[in-house]
Every structure is written in C-alpha cells, then in structure tokens.
Design a protein. Sequence first.
Length: 271
Amino acid sequence: MPVGLSSASVWPQPARAAFEMAADLGFDGVEVMVWADPVSQDVGALRRLSERYGVPVLSVHAPCLLITQRVWSADPEERLRRSVVAASELGASTVVVHPPFRWQRRYAERFGELVAELEETSGIAVAVENMYPLRPPNSLSRLHNGRFNGLSAFTPSPDPTEVGYRNYTLDLSHAAAAHMDVIELFKRMKDQLAHVHFADGTGAARDEHLVPGQGSQPCAELCEALAAEDYRGAVVLEVNTRKARTVQERMALLAESLLFTRRHLEPLPRG
C-alpha cells in the first residue's frame, strides 16, 4: 500500500520541494496539486523532478479549488480533461476531483457522464472526493444516518456517495469539517475506494489537515480497516505544515505523519 506526499503538504513551498522531501523521508511517491505554482502546471517539469529525485507521481489533483478557477482554463471540464492527460503522461493512476460547485450548472449537469467517459477512454481512475459545507463558524451541519443534510456550495452535496461513482477519494479532514462519521463513509465508499487523503481534524468549521493523531478523527482505526480490507490504492499525506518556521520543522511534521501512517497500516496478525 503506497504512502505518498501531496505537494499541498509543503505549501507555500513549490512542487519541487515536495519531490525533494518525499525522497529524503522515504515516501513512495507524490501527489501533484495543480495550482498557481507554474511547475505544478508543467508536465515536462514534473517529469524531470520525478526522474531527478526517483519519486513517482502517484496522482494528480485537478485544479478545482476556489483559488484555482483560472488555472489551465476557466472551463472546469477542460481543467479535468487536462488533469487526466497530465496523469497519463506522468504515469499516475489517479486523478482527484471535487464535486462541482452549485454555480457550475452546465458542468454539474454532465459531471457524472464526463467522469465515466474520461475513465473509460484513459484508464485513469477519476476519484471524486468527499467535501465539507461552507458554513459560518459555530453553526452545525445536520446529519441524517451519517450523511450531510444541509446546504452547501457543492451539488448535490459534499458527499459523493449520494450520487455514486466508480471511484472515490476519502478525505479525513473534510469528513471532520463536515461532522461526518469517517468510518461510516469508508463503509459506503469501500468497494469503490481508489484513493485516501490522510490527515486529522477536530470537527472545527474549517479544513484543518492536521498531522494524524493531533485531532479527533479515528486515523488509526481507518488505517487498520484499510489493511483488513486489503485496500490497493494509495494513502496520500495531505497535511498542513504552513506554520513550520524552518525546513527542519516541516520535515519533522512530515516524518511524524509518515511514521504514524505506516505503523497503523501494518496488517494485524491473523488467528
């Protein structure tokens, strides 16, 4: 089960730093978050980094954040198509994508059809990620049977299992911000789970991406469940290190995250 490092984990450092740190710490690969960093948008530059550091690209995160709405194209469909092409050229098996925003009506209407088409023609898993509601601090999301049941910026909801896709990305930090039971979400996604974004959260009304073990999410329990189910996808550390004052501090946070993840992904003895 490969454990990768998201280039988002080294922000505000550029993508190059993710490859360098992944190599130094012994990660199995990198997930490239495509955003304002020009290198993250340049397939040739990414390929050279991968070859230089001996670190494969495991996955590509499509530019679908609010701050990346103009990266590659203003058209979200074109951004997703380019992400799949980039993944194919880099030898990555997975593209991570968010559900459409509510205001992306044309994109939302054919999103499921587009995802299925891209998977069929490319052989790349387009893994739709669970998200969280954009809500004021101190307000509570309403849940019904573990599912989000309130207003959100995403259509039809932050929970992609309400629609149903061939492949999912499970994000623990997003689940914490949505007040969702991540183990129940894992059970719903299990047969189609292609990718995991691993981090922690406290349930605060924001996307925290804490080092595993520093929040309230059942990080160890999820790792054990992945091992027990013989999960075959990647587990990618997507943790927030932006408060690190030095390279050494950032490396220490990433090393702690990697150690926690590998330790808990070890299969439990049978019998």
